[in-house]
Design a protein around this ligand. Structure first.
Ligand SMILES: Cc1ncc(COP(=O)(O)O)c(C=O)c1O
Length: 281
């Protein structure tokens, strides 16, 4: 049995065929040379699929990985999901196999692996956060991408095993808060919805983009900015976002409790209208 994001993957399509193995000389395995998407399946379809495929497409362009055809991916996703109603889809695209050495082969045949885990959306209790010690590197050439290189997150997540702690926040060497190990971070300061900038680290999250768009549509001021621990200590509230959980309210960070601000309630109501309402209460 294989596991992704805490739930067992039921089936994989590797380059369009049912299977669960990849070549040992795949560059995704050797170097993390590739990208992935984690997508919520709700009512039989991939939520925000176009946005996920747009991000995959722009990530492949930035890394110089030939792009799998969008129509092909859509057809394979339909085949993979079949009659499944709720679950999680993972798309992995790597540069494919290659000879030894970092230099990307001129003619590469990318590998695509599509996995489905069936699971019902979980109701989550408001999150209790900690700060992680593992620093996040700053690198504008990878910033925003959902690459297969997740060692920083692996080390950060290994820092705690207390089941009461839901998520850890990660900072760079300038002591700027960038993200959680698997979430983006929002907070309200003086009626402005703020989130860490994405210039040299973190992921251009699908749910982050939805939240920013909804806030702008509702006339709520937004700010993508350098974020410190002091900003979060002074915030009216904090919430986390990712494609599976939507907006996840934070109950506690560094000994302080948080409630919900008017701004966050307005954004959450907007998400519910988009069908993203299953998260914490
Ligand atoms: C490090 C990190 N940041 C942010 C996110 C949120 O991105 P998205 O909204 O696309 O799920 C994730 C999701 O897995 C993540 O791993």
């Amino acid at each position: 049995m294989q596991v992704t994001g805490g739930v067992a993957v039921d089936r994989w399509l590797i380059n369009g065929r049912a299977g669960d193995s990849v070549p040992v000389d795949d560059r995704g395995l050797a170097y993390g040379d590739g990208l992935f998407e984690t997508i919520a399946v709700r009512d039989g379809s991939c939520r925000f699929l176009d946005l996920h495929l747009d991000r995959l497409e722009s990530g492949c362009k930035r890394l110089g990985i030939p792009l799998p055809s969008r129509t092909l991916l859509q057809a394979e996703l339909r085949e993979l999901i079949g009659a499944e109603v709720h679950g999680t889809v993972k798309i992995i695209v790597t540069r494919g196999t290659g000879p030894r050495g970092y230099q990307p082969p001129e003619d590469c045949a990318p590998l695509r692996a599509l996995g489905l885990a069936s699971s019902r959306p979980a109701k989550l209790a408001p999150a209790r956060l900690r700060y992680c010690d593992t620093p996040l590197g700053r690198n504008p050439s990878l910033a925003g991408l959902k690459t297969l290189n997740r060692l920083e997150q692996v080390l950060a997540r290994a820092e705690w095993d207390d089941p009461e702690v839901s998520e850890g926040l990660m900072l760079n060497d300038r002591q700027e808060v960038i993200c959680g190990t698997r979430n983006n971070v929002f907070y309200t300061l003086a009626d402005t919805l703020c989130t860490p900038r994405r210039d040299d680290g973190g992921v251009h999250g699908i749910m982050r983009a939805q939240v920013l768009r909804l806030a702008q549509e509702q006339g709520i001021p937004t700010s993508q900015r350098p974020t410190t621990r002091a900003d979060l200590a002074a915030a009216d509230d904090i919430f986390l976002t990712n494609a599976l959980t939507g907006a996840w309210p934070v109950a506690e960070l560094a000994g302080r409790s948080y409630g919900r601000s008017r701004v966050t309630e307005a954004v959450r109501a907007g998400l519910v209208k988009l069908g993203v309402g299953e998260c914490a209460e």
